[in-house]
Design a protein around this ligand. Structure first.
Ligand code: HEM
Length: 422
């Protein structure tokens, strides 16, 4: 043992780690958790016991394990009424949609949505993404010009409104709802929202999306909501007559809005941060040695947008590494942590290297693999290329260590990204 170092007692190392909703020291904490084991006991807000899986291989195995479910009917504390009243993470567990469905139920929901959310529909958004990007870059320039120090917040003025506007265009949601939907989505997913606010935010979001769905039902358009309303299930070439129920439709719209903008916003913010901090990598793109797509993929690995993703539940006591996760315990998988696992990426896992062409798990793995990955990739590539082409001297306006994380352990990005446009 090294002299002068306190030995870590067994009791200490076995104590559950309290997941810190401040999001601070994300990568350092992840390193500690990976070192502690393949599955580590953690405490969620409200002191609800859970487990976290942070290593690449174990995460991959866990999310495809036949004895692991996503439907909250397997969540023991929820079923036994043992959760604190107004528990802020309840919506994560109970929202009705493919993200909380298993087996045939999941297949059915996913196939109905896939029929509407086609590659053609994503490709048709390309000119829209270009147009919105150009408009928002003007606004970003305006915000910097209006500031006495020439500083603008890239997150607020660009990385957030871009995916939010894209998702609203995709779904046919009126611009007037945009800001409110972002606020509500934030309240629902934030692990810090006052417990009594969550059900109200949930109800308001359901009400707004109910209006959107009703409008499209009456007057169908060329948007995803209309396509979801019309989508029917087809088996063996014949329609089964199955379609999304009203509750499933609203759940799907809600999931698409939340999953589709918080994540992409983190990706764009983290990519700009990483490229500003590694200008040699930016040069590789400018000289044609690497592409914007390479920068996007490496950001997904190096600073993954989705940190601790809730929830999965073992349907029987499940050994993971040295631990046995009790049946019915909620488990979070950390895609951000898996991206820095030295066992998967070698000793330089912490290095941002856009030429490494490494696989990553940041869009998930297995049956629940992200349905929006092609759209997110397209948005991020267009956004980065346009941003750094228009403002070649763009740089961070504060030292990296002064950036404060967005308060969440579900999403991963700084709360603000102050930049100067150069
Ligand atoms: C699922 C990440 C963008 C829609 C997922 C999952 C991850 C993920 C990790 C799997 C969750 C799990 O079960 O463990 C991301 C990231 C994005 C992004 C990092 C951006 C950088 C989007 C966009 C959309 C979207 C733009 C839609 C427009 C979905 C849906 C699912 C999903 C519908 C559920 C799939 C299922 O349960 O079968 N995403 N996502 N995502 N994502 Fe994304």
């Amino acid at each position: 043992m090294t002299e002068g170092r306190c030995p870590v007692s067994h009791a200490e190392s076995a104590a559950p780690h309290r997941l810190d909703a401040s999001g601070a020291r994300q990568h350092a904490v992840n390193e500690e958790l990976r070192a502690r084991g393949a599955a580590v006991p953690v405490l969620l807000p409200g002191d609800v016991p859970a487990y976290a899986i942070t290593r690449y291989e174990e995460l991959k195995d866990f999310v495809t394990h036949p004895d692991v479910a996503k439907n909250a009917c397997h969540f023991a504390a929820l079923q036994n009424d043992e959760l604190p009243p107004g528990w802020p993470m309840r919506t994560f567990a109970t929202v009705r949609g493919m993200i909380t469905a298993d087996g045939e139920d999941h297949k059915r929901l996913r196939s109905l949505v896939t029929r509407a959310f086609t590659p053609r529909r994503v490709e048709a958004l390309r000119p829209v993404v270009h147009e919105l990007t150009a408009t928002l870059l003007d606004r970003l320039a305006g915000a910097a010009a209006a500031d006495p120090d020439g500083v603008a917040d890239l997150r607020r003025h660009f990385a957030l409104p871009l995916p939010m506007s894209v998702i609203c265009r995709l779904l046919g949601v009126d611009d007037v709802h945009q800001d409110r939907l972002h606020e509500l989505s934030n309240e629902i997913v934030s692990t810090r929202t006052a417990p009594e606010r969550v059900p109200a935010a949930n109800r308001e979001m359901v009400a707004v999306l109910g209006q959107v769905a009703a409008a499209r039902l009456k007057d169908p358009g060329d948007d995803l909501t209309s396509a979801l309303i019309a989508a029917r299930d087809v088996r063996d070439g014949a329609e089964t007559g199955d379609r999304l129920s009203e509750e499933e439709l609203i759940g799907t719209l809600m999931l698409t809005i939340i999953a589709g903008h918080e994540t992409t916003l983190n990706l764009i913010t983290n990519a700009v941060r990483a490229l500003c901090n590694h200008r040699d990598q930016l040069e590789l793109i400018r000289s044609g040695t690497a592409t914007w797509g390479d920068a996007v993929e490496e950001t997904l690995r190096y600073d993954g947008p989705v940190s601790y993703f809730p929830f999965r539940y073992p349907t029987k006591d499940l050994p993971v590494g040295d631990a046995v996760i009790p049946k019915g315990t909620p488990v979070l998988v950390s895609y951000t942590a898996a991206g820095r696992d030295e066992r998967a990426y070698g000793p330089d896992a912490d290095r941002f290297d856009i030429t490494r062409s490494a696989r990553h798990l940041s869009f998930g793995h297995g049956a629940h693999f992200c349905l929006g990955a092609p759209l997110a990739r397209m948005e991020a590539v267009i956004a980065l290329e346009a941003l750094f082409t228009r403002f070649p001297g763009l740089d961070l306006a504060v030292p990296d260590e002064e950036l404060v994380p967005h308060p969440s352990f579900v999403g991963n990005s700084p709360q603000r990204l102050p930049i100067r446009l150069g």
